[in-house]
Design a protein around this ligand. Sequence first.
Ligand code: NAD
Ligand code: LMR
Length: 339
Amino acid sequence: MLARTALRSVASTSRASAFSTSAARLTRVAVLGAGGGIGQPLSLLLKSDALVSSLSLYDIRGAPGVAADVSHIDTASEVNGYAADKIDEALEGAQVVVIPAGVPRKPGMTRDDLFNTNASIVRDLAASIGRVAPTAHILVISNPVNSTVPIVARTLEKAGVFDPKRVFGVTTLDVVRAARFTAGIAGVKPEQTPVTVVGGHSGATIVPLLSQNEHGKAISGDVYEKLVHRIQFGGDEVVKAKDGAGSATLSMAYAGAKFTNALLRGLNGEQGVITPTFVRSPLFEDKGVDFFSSLVELGPEGVQKILPLGQLSAEEQKLLDACLPELKKNIEKGLAFVA
Ligand code: NAD
Ligand code: LMR
């Protein structure tokens, strides 16, 4: 039921966009880590996206099976699966590469505890992308996002092919959660509670700007504190409930497909596609924070415009002040790993 609803929502967005851009440029999308908990439902949702013409599914295990399964779905895109030694073939001609490869958390772990395993996975995949598909747009899901995005950027930089317009950390799950949780409190539909979430993707680095939504603005006191905590630590809720079997996969696949669709709409020339994402950003460079998630307008080349944060409440300013030093540390750790 959940998958069907998610499928309908993502598919209807892409159908609508295919309508508005009659000369839509169709796109080859590669998923690295397609055999995993996120990779499988994400591949399913991308198969239903009319802006995807070709889907390359790669994993060190299981991708050909997932590809065979997904390829029977009656949408026009072609699907191919690639085993461990076929990374070059998987990336050939890819314009968009989504990376959910890597290990997920278990109860008691922070996202940073994943660094030792996931940093080298992401670095090696980024090196392959730099070599085989140097102009691809790269969407990083693997945690810790605050560090893995700088790892991808620095790896591409070393290869001489880094373009800050084309590297994104996927923070959409925070945005999805913020809309859902706020709507629950306000007693309205999530469409009425879009919340801009800025900063990074872990704990205190996740900063929801609730005051910029009329329903969010009305929430105060203890209810506000609890809501902010739930948005910042929503991932822990799922990790705890799954009790050792991993972290968010279905909601993340939905969020990953939603962000991929937004990027594809921007690449296809649709105007006004604006969503938060974690990118190389000038907003807090003066504080030594070179990557930051904020509202970004997506266009034919990827990042078109990084928007300012706008008006913050006193509480949000405090959250931002707590976010920046932690985010800086996470970013520096990622950059140092590649250097
Ligand atoms: P999973 O273990 O179910 O799947 C990961 C997949 O990656 C596996 O199939 C594995 O074989 C594959 N893999 C490992 N090394 C690889 C490599 N070198 N090349 C290709 N594939 C490789 O994990 P999951 O639940 O799908 O989570 C994946 C990652 O996404 C984790 O790091 C998790 O923390 C992260 N995540 C991020 C967000 C977010 O909001 N950005 C949300 C949820 C999960
Ligand atoms: C999430 O926010 O659900 C993901 O980052 C996975 C996790 O480890 O919490």
